[in-house]
Design a protein around this ligand. Sequence first.
Ligand code: FES
Length: 652
Amino acid sequence: SKDHLVIFTPSGKRGHFPTGTPVLTAARQLGVDLDSVCGGRGICSKCQITPSYGEFSKHGVTVAPDALTPWNAVEARYDDKRGLKKGRRLGCQATVQGDVVIDVPAESQVHKQVVRKRAEVRDIIMNPSTRLYYVEVAEPDMHDPSGDLERLTAALRRDWDLPHLEADLGVLTTLQAALRKGEWKVTVAIHLGDAVFSPRIISIWPGFYEGTIYGLAIDLGSTTIAGHLCDLQTGEVIASCGMMNPQIRFGEDLMSRVSYGMMNPTGAAEMTTAVRDGMNALFDQITGEAEIDRQLIVDAVFVCNPVMHHLFLGIDAYELGQAPFALATSDAISLRASELDLNLHPAARIYLLPCIAGHVGADAAAVALSEAPDKSEDLVLIVDVGTNAEILLGNREKVLACSSPTGPAFEGAQITNGQRAAPGAIEHVQIDPVTKLPRFQVIGSDLWSDEDGFDAAIAQTGISGICGSGIIEVIAEMRMAGILDGPGLIGSAEQTGSPNCFPDGRTHSYLLFDGTAHGGPKIAVTNTDVRQIQMAKAALYSGARLLMDKFGVDKVDRVVLAGAFGAHISPKHAMVLGMIPDVPLDKVTSAGNAAGTGARIALLNTDARREIETLVHKIHKVETAIEPRFQEHFVNASAIPNAVEPFPILNS
Ligand code: FES
């Protein structure tokens, strides 16, 4: 028979095939990424393609309308039942009859690109660790005795070219019933293996399983835990949930949890149980919201700081509370869900990203994975602001990392009227340069405090305090309005010309809001609050500055603010305070929850796991505690914006 030219788009791969070759077969031979779960049996419909007809001058071919066979019975049946989009064909049914150009739409690619969310810098290409395969298995035969599992794995090897497969006990206990119920046709979920696990069947369904399987990307923070449930075939986020970390009852911050563990013989174990219980509660919430069976969750990726990492795994975090801050292991970890008492599919794989160092955890590794400083042409400074600032500085040449003890002031803690970011918290502040009077916005309303309708709008929530981003803005505004001087002292009403400055002990405070007439709070910024922020921002800046020293530069090209808090900080105010180095404001971006994004990347693409495992070894760790220059930078950075360094861009 005659050979025909077959060209696939968008890959551009091409070859010659005899009349009657199924499109799926041609695709496979050319290494074109065309999905199939049923192995070409016309059941799964994952192999959909769109043939193009007409003239293709670029390729020098003319495609006649009969270049593929017309619809066959399988396609007609499928269209009847499910509907086939206009122009679509099943690649395993349509066969080549002439020269043809065939487009493989994104959804028919195994390694499809996941739709990028706002603020995400890199594309996610699907390459999940666990996949579904449909097979038809030989029936047992008295004359050729073999076990059901052996015949199943033989069929999988034959149809899918898979390596030697093992099966979990859970699969063995359900295998025989599934094979017989499905009349020797089954769908299996196979974990394709990693450094720890060999390829394994982890779940089995009789017949063709029409549904999907899921994975979880979890950002296990010291304050909150956030999870995203993803479809492991499409990469789509199906549901997202968040909750408070139940370990909070053992201590607000990490060091108090470490000391709880030191002071109580069962402390570490209690905290491990608490976080795992919390995790299971989160799974309840997220599977409830998505209305799926938790047994369908077969993979989960966790990112967390080193203390959470250890406590989650059941490792005492004692060593992390003291120099030299040795981790039990900094490598990535692969486990089964059942080993951590997690209520998912018992064979679900758990993957923890590697830690960078004793103070720079898997969460920072996840940020490195999502922000990819190692692929950046320009020099990028990435700060993940929390109670500890985790800082990365790098470009294609090298990447440095450190953490700096900013303390909880940026989260509104240890601030007189500070509070968490929640309805009722002041989050944005402006001070009029002439009247020196403040106006502000409260979480829960878009109106400014001097606009009509503001009182009515916040009647529900009230005004309860000031959150982290609010405190940064008000202090920066005070500095710009001349209410606060460079060293950080609030002036008196006479000195500043602001009626809102009032004596407060031996210093002065600045009144933001007085609700006392209506039984509300009086919200002011005290000089102690200013000091707290000065310390926190000095820690952050000197960490960044130290990395710049080590890199041998005195400026960076751009700054990325990561973390939930980073998403709310105003770059201008951060720079007025001297929190971050002087760069043009349009070079400061927010990455949102970059650690969570990193977890999702690692969940959906196993190559990304290898990538970050390699990258953490290359990241150069800088320990701020033993660097003399850190102290020097810290002292200079305590002034607003800085005692010695000019901020030329800021001042222009
Ligand atoms: Fe399953 Fe074509 S490969 S329907």
